[in-house]
Write a protein that binds this ligand. Structure first.
Ligand code: ADP
Ligand code: MG
Length: 328
């Protein structure tokens, strides 16, 4: 019989990950919920990958939604249901055991919403619940020396938000959050293709193009791909060939906003800590860190070395896991 169980959760705007002490990451699913609108309160019919596949192709009464859109909890009931499903899946200990859950929530989440996340975790069977701030979890998961007096800079680029933060002595010294992240990159691609070719593509196609072809800086093996969309002139399906240079141009404005955010955060950092960052470099985490050449571009613009964390998509949940272990 297990008397205690530690669970870490990264409740991200794009992906939710669950870490169980002793087992590692056991859940890695998109933060998507499919609900049946005919019921009140709405009934959740699917979560995660199964729900994501329904986006844009659901029958009348069912709609697939992202409850944490834009870095805030846009749909609280759906978020709570999703969280409960994942926690119940992770808990294998007896109901009388001490299940402790550490949850990382986007930094835009309000006090009321934080309390609600806490309640949802408790009603799913967690005995103790603690919340951790996203940049801190990302920095810990990336292996940065957050407890040291030395300043470290972490840039976490998720779906709804990008967070830039300087951490030292176990705390966040300065931080900045912008709502220009992975989702905005996808939108920028949609807008670019609509304006230039009069073709409308969906969100999932845009994300696919970003991952296959997107970049922030020139790279080897640049290329092109054929994409399918709807011709806005006659409404019929149409193919068009898109190059990596075009996608880089489409993303340039979003990327520039990220660079500006890094620059402003550095300007707001006390000089001693800024000097540490110049020596130690900037670390990128989150799915957006995988955009080709983003590290190179920031390095060139800010003139400070930039490193991509190992497994950038896992840093936050690993950070929650490490935090739980330290607290025991
Ligand atoms: P969140 O913490 O908000 O849930 P994640 O850290 O899971 O977000 O990152 C998700 C974002 O990363 C999505 O916008 C996704 O499109 C993007 N992403 C994932 N892989 C890549 C890649 N190879 N290149 C560019 N963007 C990527
Ligand atoms: Mg995240």
């Amino acid at each position: 019989m297990i008397f205690s169980q530690d669970i870490g959760i990264d409740l991200g705007t794009s992906n939710t990950l669950v870490f169980v002490k002793g087992k590692g990451i056991i859940i890695r699913e998109p933060s998507v919920v499919a609900v049946d609108q005919r019921f009140s309160p709405v009934r959740v019919v699917a979560v995660g990958t199964q729900a994501k596949e329904m986006i844009g192709r659901t029958p009348g009464s069912i709609s697939a939604l992202r409850p944490l859109r834009d870095g805030v909890i846009a749909d609280f009931d759906a978020t709570a249901e999703m969280l409960k499903k994942y926690i119940r899946k992770a808990i294998t200990a007896s109901p009388f055991s001490k299940t402790r859950v550490m949850i990382c929530v986007p930094s835009g989440v309000t006090e009321v919403e934080r309390r609600a996340v806490n309640d949802a975790a408790k009603s799913a069977g967690a005995r103790y619940v603690a919340l951790i701030e996203e940049p801190m979890a990302a920095a810990i998961g990336a292996g940065l020396p957050v407890e040291n007096a030395t300043g470290s800079m972490i840039v976490d680029i998720g779906g709804g938000t990008a967070e830039v933060a300087v951490v030292a002595l176990g705390d966040i010294v300065t931080s900045r959050s912008i709502k220009v992240a992975g989702d905005s990159y996808d939108e920028a691609i949609i807008n670019y293709i609509r304006k230039k070719y009069n073709i409308l593509i969906g969100e999932r196609t845009a994300e696919d193009i970003k991952i296959k072809l997107g970049s922030a800086y020139e790279y080897e093996s640049e290329g092109a791909m054929s994409i399918k969309g709807r011709n806005l002139v006659d409404g019929l399906p149409k193919d068009v060939e898109i190059t990596s240079e075009e996608i880089r141009e489409a993303l340039s404005d979003c990327v520039r906003q990220l660079v500006d955010s890094v620059r402003i955060t550095l300007e707001n950092t006390p000089p001693e800590l800024a000097a540490d960052i110049v020596d130690n470099g900037i670390t990128l985490t989150g799915g957006g860190a995988l955009l080709r050449g983003l590290d190179k571009l920031i390095e060139k613009e800010i003139k400070i070395p930039v490193h991509i964390a190992d497994n950038p998509l896992d840093c936050v949940v690993e950070g929650t896991g490490i935090c739980l272990e330290k607290h025991h």
